[in-house]
Design a protein around this ligand. Structure first.
Ligand code: CA
Length: 228
């Protein structure tokens, strides 16, 4: 897992409790005890998630949230706010500002951890949806499951799309036929698909991609790699 989480909380006991339990779950943690260092730390450390207490000395949590959302480096980092009873209006403002979720104090560690997991899962799905790979006149748009050649959609099959996605996502790294089979056929691969099938699909994919098809390079006796 090894995902980094920034905890912004001035109450030392709560900070320690969160730190301990997040680490126990396999996350890495970065701690900030006041608002003014939180935004800077977030920009420097680029955590996958921020747990932000609203009642902080100096800059309060809402102001920190506002700054995080205004800075391009930190705007996409999901935020879970920690609020106390009686901070209902702050909670609403925080959510309007772009915080993803909130937990009211006193909270159960178990509940907070399940919120953390849920937010991380959602944001990972959102990132995947935004995935676009480009090389020369070739563009692979994962959210729309679309391959564009010089801006024009090209008809390819779902398998061919998954193959091309695996190759482009590997960033030039060689992928074995077995690895490609697993990525493009997934569970279906267990029903007797031969690695030669990969070669056949790569062949048709290359043809459909025209000149850009040359980017799919054969690695003899092994598999393929994508040249961007
Ligand atoms: Ca506090």
């Amino acid at each position: 897992m090894d995902e980094k989480i920034l905890v912004v909380e001035d109450e030392k006991d709560i900070a320690r409790l969160l730190d301990y339990n997040l680490k126990k779950e396999g996350y890495r943690t970065v701690l900030a005890h006041e608002g003014s260092s939180a935004a800077l730390l977030a920009a420097k450390e680029r955590p996958r998630l921020i747990i932000l207490d609203l009642m902080l000395p100096g800059l309060d949590g809402l102001e920190v949230c506002r700054r995080l959302k205004m800075d391009a480096k930190t705007a996409s980092i999901p935020i879970i706010m920690l609020t106390a009873k009686g901070e209902e209006s702050d909670k609403v403002v925080g959510l309007e500002m772009g915080a993803d979720d909130y937990v009211t104090k006193p909270f159960s560690v178990k509940e907070l951890l399940s919120r953390v997991k849920a937010v991380l899962r959602r944001s990972a799905a959102a990132v995947e949806k935004l995935e676009i790979y480009r090389a020369g006149g070739l563009e692979l748009d994962c959210s729309r499951v679309l391959v564009l050649l010089k801006g024009k959609p090209r008809n390819i099959t779902a398998r061919e799309f998954e193959l091309l996605k695996a190759l482009m996502a590997a960033g030039g790294k060689m992928l074995s036929r077995e690895a490609l089979l697993e990525k493009a056929w997934g569970l279906d691969a267990s029903i007797e698909v031969e690695t030669r099938t990969v070669d056949v699909h790569i062949g048709t994919l290359r043809k459909k991609l025209g000149a850009e098809g040359k980017r799919i390079v054969t690695v003899k006796n092994y598999g393929y790699r994508f040249e961007s």
